[in-house]
Design a protein around this ligand. Sequence first.
Ligand SMILES: *[C@@H]1O[C@H](CO)[C@@H](O)[C@H](O)[C@H]1NC(C)=O
Ligand SMILES: *[C@@H]1O[C@H](CO)[C@@H](O)[C@H](O)[C@H]1NC(C)=O
Ligand SMILES: *[C@@H]1O[C@H](CO)[C@@H](O)[C@H](O)[C@H]1NC(C)=O
Ligand SMILES: *[C@@H]1O[C@H](CO)[C@@H](O)[C@H](O)[C@H]1NC(C)=O
Ligand SMILES: *[C@@H]1O[C@H](CO)[C@@H](O)[C@H](O)[C@H]1NC(C)=O
Ligand SMILES: *[C@@H]1O[C@H](CO)[C@@H](O)[C@H](O)[C@H]1NC(C)=O
Ligand SMILES: *[C@@H]1O[C@H](CO)[C@@H](O)[C@H](O)[C@H]1NC(C)=O
Ligand SMILES: *[C@@H]1O[C@H](CO)[C@@H](O)[C@H](O)[C@H]1NC(C)=O
Ligand SMILES: *[C@@H]1O[C@H](CO)[C@@H](O)[C@H](O)[C@H]1NC(C)=O
Length: 473
Amino acid sequence: METKPELLHFLVALLLCAGFAMSLTSCPDCGNTTVPYPLSTASGCGDPSYKIRCSSGSLIFDTLNNSYPVESINPQSQRLVIRPASLISNTCITTDKIHQGIQLNNTLPFNITSGNTIMYLNCTNTLLQSPLNCSSTSLCHTYINGTGDATSCKDTALCCTFKAGGSSNSYQIRVRDVGCSAYSSFVNLDPAWPVNRWPEPGLEIQWVSPREPICGSQADCDGGNSTCGSYPSSNGIRRCFCNSGLVWDPINGTCAEEITCQNPGGCGSSTDHTALIAGLTCGLAAALVVSAIALLLYKRHKRIKEAQARLVREREEILNASGGGRAAKLFSGKELKNATNDFSRDSLLGAGGYGEVYKGILRDGTVIAVKCAKLGNAKGTDQILNEKAIDFNRAADDVNLAVYVQRMVEEERLMDVIDPVLSNGANTVELETMKALAFLALGCLEERRQNRPSMKEVAEEIAYIISIATAKD
Ligand SMILES: *[C@@H]1O[C@H](CO)[C@@H](O)[C@H](O)[C@H]1NC(C)=O
Ligand SMILES: *[C@@H]1O[C@H](CO)[C@@H](O)[C@H](O)[C@H]1NC(C)=O
Ligand SMILES: *[C@@H]1O[C@H](CO)[C@@H](O)[C@H](O)[C@H]1NC(C)=O
Ligand SMILES: *[C@@H]1O[C@H](CO)[C@@H](O)[C@H](O)[C@H]1NC(C)=O
Ligand SMILES: *[C@@H]1O[C@H](CO)[C@@H](O)[C@H](O)[C@H]1NC(C)=O
Ligand SMILES: *[C@@H]1O[C@H](CO)[C@@H](O)[C@H](O)[C@H]1NC(C)=O
Ligand SMILES: *[C@@H]1O[C@H](CO)[C@@H](O)[C@H](O)[C@H]1NC(C)=O
Ligand SMILES: *[C@@H]1O[C@H](CO)[C@@H](O)[C@H](O)[C@H]1NC(C)=O
Ligand SMILES: *[C@@H]1O[C@H](CO)[C@@H](O)[C@H](O)[C@H]1NC(C)=O
């Protein structure tokens, strides 16, 4: 009982659609001319929106009120060339002036291309107000003077030249009393060519890519490659939509494989697809990594500035606290340089793993000892300040840094080896990020090559770590 409404719908649809059953096939040759899809010379072939006429073995293009012979068709570029009207003999008036020249039905999928150079002949002065080139050097004069075709136009007042394809001339080449009484047209004309090498007159027309054909039932769609159906956007019109994995090819009017493989070595369409997706993903990932790194670098720079200010404050506090009530003072590098006679050998009192100790005399005569941390050894600086026994410097003296860091990680003391400029005041996410990066770096220290990650894996891991770090930011 429940299937009844569907069955009824189906029957109604069949009845409604029986009248406009379509075929995907191209039309048969017209004389010696191939008629490519979607051009349609008869019902039952081509796409009915693209009507063209086959008369005594010649193709004819019908405009609103007139007809023009088709000279050539290029299905790849979806263009055809028609022969424009000729002049009534011994006049400068074209034969189609009674129809106001070439008038295309602008609801049809054909329009005039910008490849046409149009010459308006025998024009009235009103054309001088137009944006067309109606000067005495205009190319139309070359045409009138140089070819035998338009000699009768020599004595007329005005002629003008323009390239077609603008919004006002996509559907018409208009000739009339109040404008121009004749015209000619050339496809892809190079003005530098001598006039005797100009091509025959022609008007190029292009057609819009055809949609999938309209169907009434599945029977109208070609052998199993498409399905008759409708989409919410298609206003209830049913079309033969290509099945998945196939795409509509508007040039051949068929459902074709989605991507054609250019690799002569042979690759399936699916791998080609994968390569495309991979390429897109890689590009996207690279862009993401670059911007994430830029963001991190910026934040790091900002944090370093803040950390440096904080460090100066903290060091003053440490000094004040350990000074037994006496006020501590931060000296500038210049003051210490002066006090130690530019850290001269003579002032050197001794050297340790953390650096060197110099004797110095301040300007007011106070004798001081200057402990000098090794360059770039921030840990040493803190050690001096805190006077805490940390085995970093001792360790660094006798083992290489990589082994040392590895040991610190094993002892779960990774944070001890991270530069305090980075770790001081870092939030949990930042600390976790540093840890993750450190573990990644450790992976790179593995002695056996197969245990080390590849560059690609490292890049992916960094991207992943950055994504986590920035997502939680
Ligand atoms: C078709 O081509 C043949 C040979 O090329 C020619 O003899 C014949 O006239 C052509 N027919 C038409 C209708 O153009
Ligand atoms: C130019 O056009 C006008 C208006 O259509 C016409 O009267 C005149 O004869 C034409 N000139 C020539 C040389 O044909
Ligand atoms: C085209 O023909 C229709 C009648 O078929 C007529 O009303 C119309 O004026 C014509 N247009 C032109 C520009 O000749
Ligand atoms: C233009 O084409 C549409 C669609 O085919 C048609 O319905 C309409 O009658 C045509 N207009 C004229 C003036 O012929
Ligand atoms: C008209 O065309 C001629 C020849 O192509 C060119 O030399 C001239 O500059 C053009 N004039 C204008 C106003 O575009
Ligand atoms: C065309 O010929 C006329 C006279 O025959 C001449 O004045 C004019 O300069 C020529 N124009 C061109 C573009 O050759
Ligand atoms: C002419 O047709 C082409 C497609 O064939 C389209 O891209 C273009 O926008 C059309 N021009 C106008 C003015 O409608
Ligand atoms: C269906 O698509 C396949 C793959 O593109 C093609 O080889 C086959 O000829 C198509 N069948 C029809 C009836 O068009
Ligand atoms: C149309 O089909 C032909 C062979 O049937 C093929 O060579 C050509 O590549 C197809 N055109 C397009 C755009 O796929």
